[in-house]
Write a protein of this length. Structure first.
Lengths: 67, 346
């Protein structure tokens, strides 16, 4: 599965499991958060990525971080 | 072709359109029939009469593709057609697939091929750009509209005459780029495309060539699965010891993380030339979420984290190079029995 802040490009090139990342320059983090909160966010992102790996998807499926 | 003794036109049909029967004849082995059959008569009326009709049952082709293809290609080899016409197969999956496979192999053997089917037919992918495919409606009602377009293309291909681009000729883009002289400069054409897009008419001169693969099956048991981290974000050990190119990368690299719990900024950095790396270099876990993946591994959210991560710089990379990187990394992952990948991109 693919974590990226540019999901439409991921879809265009044929990615099937796409999770929208936080931003282009830091897809799995957020410098505006306190360190502990950012770590929690990242654990949540990876957990959501793992969830996406365990379900059937249609081609080009994009998930948001909260869902 | 009518009146043209030097030209040979071959037409491929399934059992139904060849008049051999419906589903009860779907196991029909390939047969070779003289002259036009079924829609071939419409082609004849449109000016291009098939000399020989090849037909095969849809199920037979699907279940014995190698045998069916060997027979059909053997006949084509004997006949040396100036053009092969496949279908129209409309929205039929099995028939469309057979048309696409035959079109591909005949096209690669140097026979000009015209097929006709719905744009989402599996035959379009199967043909891999080796044939001219006329888009049709989903059922036989579209025959009347399709045959003249098919006949026109086939006539010119058989005569060795030039065929124009996909848009003006009405066939599906084949994924080929052809050099042509244009009376308008690139800037003028680009502005034209932009204005058209603003008016709601989205067009392109370069159709992206998608490499579509079906979504892989879900991971059945995460607790028994080895998960790998892969990135195109240019993440490397501090100082870039292996000189990963910052753009146009023609290599990918792998680095051991068996004893690493987090991508410490003193030890790792990004050399990617395509984005501002300031916040990523303050904490490279923002690109490759190793600290979170390690925490979840310890919490037994999945089996184990693969003991290396893979990296390249995805900037200005030609598609062919990126595809090779993907295939090579995938082969390495398979050899390591990795069952799932989290890929991060910027």
């Amino acid at each position: 599965m693919f974590i990226t802040a540019l999901p439409t490009i991921a879809q265009m090139v044929g990615a099937n499991r796409v999770l929208r990342g936080v931003s282009i320059t830091h897809p799995t983090g957020d410098p505006s958060l306190a360190a502990g909160d950012e770590h929690d966010l990242r654990v949540g992102i990876v957990r959501r990525a793992l969830d996406m790996l365990t379900v059937e998807v249609e081609p080009g499926t994009v998930w948001e971080l909260d869902g | 072709m009518d009146g043209g003794a030097r030209m040979t036109v071959v037409h491929y049909l399934n059992q139904f359109f060849a008049g051999l029967g419906a589903e009860e004849a779907a196991d029909q082995e390939p047969v070779r029939l003289d002259g036009p059959q079924g829609p071939g008569r419409g082609l004849a009326a449109a000016g291009i009469a098939p000399d020989v009709t090849l037909a095969c049952g849809d199920d037979y082709f699907g279940e014995h593709e190698a045998d069916a293809m060997a027979t059909l290609l053997g006949w084509l080899d004997e006949l040396h057609p100036d053009v092969l016409i496949c279908g129209p197969s409309f929205g039929s999956g099995r028939y469309g697939y057979a048309c696409g496979v035959l079109a591909r192999e005949a096209g690669r053997a140097g026979v000009p091929v015209v097929a006709a089917m719905t744009p989402d037919s599996p035959g379009v992918l199967a043909a891999e750009g080796a044939a001219y495919i006329v888009p049709t409606g989903s059922n036989v009602a579209a025959m009347r509209e399709a045959l003249p377009v098919v006949a026109s293309l086939a006539q010119r291909l058989a005569a060795g005459e030039p065929v124009g681009d996909a848009e003006s000729e009405g066939y599906l883009p084949r994924g080929l780029r052809v050099n042509v002289l244009s009376e308008r400069t690139g800037a003028e054409r680009a502005i034209g495309l932009l204005l058209a897009k603003l008016a709601g008419d989205v067009r392109t001169e370069v159709e992206p060539r998608g490499d579509r693969v079906p979504p892989p099956a879900p991971v059945a048991d995460l607790a028994a699965t080895k998960v790998a981290l892969v990135t195109e974000a240019g993440c490397v050990p501090q100082g870039n010891p292996d000189r990963l190119p910052t753009r146009h990368s023609n290599v990918w690299l792998r680095y051991p993380i068996a004893d690493v719990d987090s991508l410490d900024p003193d030890a790792y950095e990004s050399v990617h030339a395509g984005f501002d790396t300031t916040s990523a270099n303050a904490d490279p876990n923002r690109l490759v979420p190793l600290d979170a993946a390690r925490a979840l591994e310890h919490a037994r959210a999945f089996g184990a984290l693969h003991d290396v991560f893979y990296t390249t710089s995805g900037v200005d990379t030609p598609v062919a190079t990126a595809a090779r990187h993907g295939q090579e990394i995938a082969a390495d992952l398979r050899a390591a029995k990795v069952g799932a990948v989290i890929l991060t991109g910027t």
